[in-house]
Design a protein around this ligand. Structure first.
Ligand SMILES: Nc1ncnc2c1ncn2[C@@H]1O[C@H](COP(=O)(O)OP(=O)(O)OP(=O)(O)O)[C@@H](O)[C@H]1O
Ligand SMILES: O=P(O)(O)OC[C@H]1O[C@H](OP(=O)(O)OP(=O)(O)O)[C@H](O)[C@@H]1O
Ligand SMILES: [Mg+2]
Length: 282
């Protein structure tokens, strides 16, 4: 059985389980369940803290896991663990922030105290940038550390920025890392069932990111129309009863749907229909 680690709580938990369900795997019904066996798919899910998932995978105890890029980089298991697939969920940036007006560039951090819950990640970055600063490791609510006097600045996860704003802080410098949930595996290993898991998750990603567009277009405009909807590989062009027209079917990025429909209509395409993709294997 393939042994897969899934976040049990926190920002990634629900979204990761929803993705696995969409990929056809059985997921736990109760958030107190710690293990879930899916015998039909020969896979076993272990619900663990996302921060610990890199450790279990890095040590070869579990085959693969879903966790945040920032979390596995913080666990400093980089040589043992490799990123197999970004999942497009749980997106965030990891960055520096300080009280409004206090800092404007990274250089100003030299000799100062920086509070964070991601000390491994922060230390690595500071060393890379050649900045000598004191790292203060805290478990959470890092935004309060400056006001309470244990740090001068923070390095933390920023999603909407609302928490920083409420604490009277602002970001400065470039992001340390852009993170999202990823599938990690043990470097250089391909356990049985991994390829199918990745292909299924990739299918979920494509089904979420693309729509299917069908339209009719005058035969002489088909080349121009296919330039608007090139699809993933090649659009399907089918004859219509009226031989002056053809039907085209192509996958289009969901975020561009309305612009593509407008462009097709302006070109002369008609009967433009958009449908969702329920599942796919590319
Ligand atoms: N708004 C957010 N707050 C925290 N983590 C977020 C957010 N958005 C995305 N993430 C990502 O979720 C992961 C952190 O999940 P984790 O479960 O450890 O913390 P959490 O959601 O802050 O939960 P808790 O603080 O209750 O332990 C990281 O990869 C982080 O980048
Ligand atoms: O940019 P935002 O959308 O405001 O989200 C980012 C905030 O959310 C997380 O805190 P969380 O609620 O997990 O509390 P914690 O600091 O105790 O982990 C994170 O540590 C930031 O504080
Ligand atoms: Mg948190």
């Amino acid at each position: 059985m393939l042994r897969v680690a899934v976040p049990n709580k926190g920002s990634l938990s629900e979204a990761a389980s929803a993705m696995l369900t969409e990929a056809g795997y059985r997921q736990r019904r109760d958030s107190r369940e710690l293990v879930m066996v899916d015998p039909d798919n020969e896979i076993e899910f272990f619900y663990l803290r996302p921060r610990d998932i890199a450790v279990y995978v890095g040590r070869g105890i579990l085959d693969v896991g879903i966790t945040g890029r920032d979390l596995y980089m913080d666990a400093e298991v980089n040589g043992d663990v490799e990123e197999l697939l970004p999942l497009g969920i749980g997106a965030s940036t990891f960055r520096f922030a300080g009280p409004v007006g206090d800092f404007s560039s990274l250089g100003e951090l030299a000799g100062r105290r920086i509070a964070t819950s991601y000390d491994g990640l922060l230390r690595g970055y500071l060393a890379e940038q050649g900045i000598e600063a004191t790292v203060v490791r805290l478990d959470g609510a890092v935004e309060s550390s400056v006001r309470l006097g244990v740090a001068d600045a923070i390095a933390d996860v920023v999603e909407t920025g609302n928490t920083l704003k409420a604490a009277g802080m602002e970001i400065f410098g470039e992001p340390i890392l852009r993170s999202e949930a990823v599938v990690i595996g043990r470097a250089g290993q391909a356990p049985a069932g991994l390829e199918v898991l990745l292909r299924r998750l990739q299918g979920v990603l494509v089904a979420r990111q693309y729509v299917m567009v069908d339209y009719d277009v005058p035969r002489e405009l088909v080349e121009a129309a296919c330039e608007i909807t090139p699809g993933l590989e090649s659009p399907t062009v089918s004859p219509l009863k009226d031989s002056d027209w053809v039907a085209v079917r192509s996958m289009v990025r969901k975020s561009t749907t309305n612009r593509v429909m407008d462009d097709l209509y302006d070109l002369g395409a008609r009967a433009i229909l958009v449908s969702t993709i329920h599942a796919c294997r590319i």
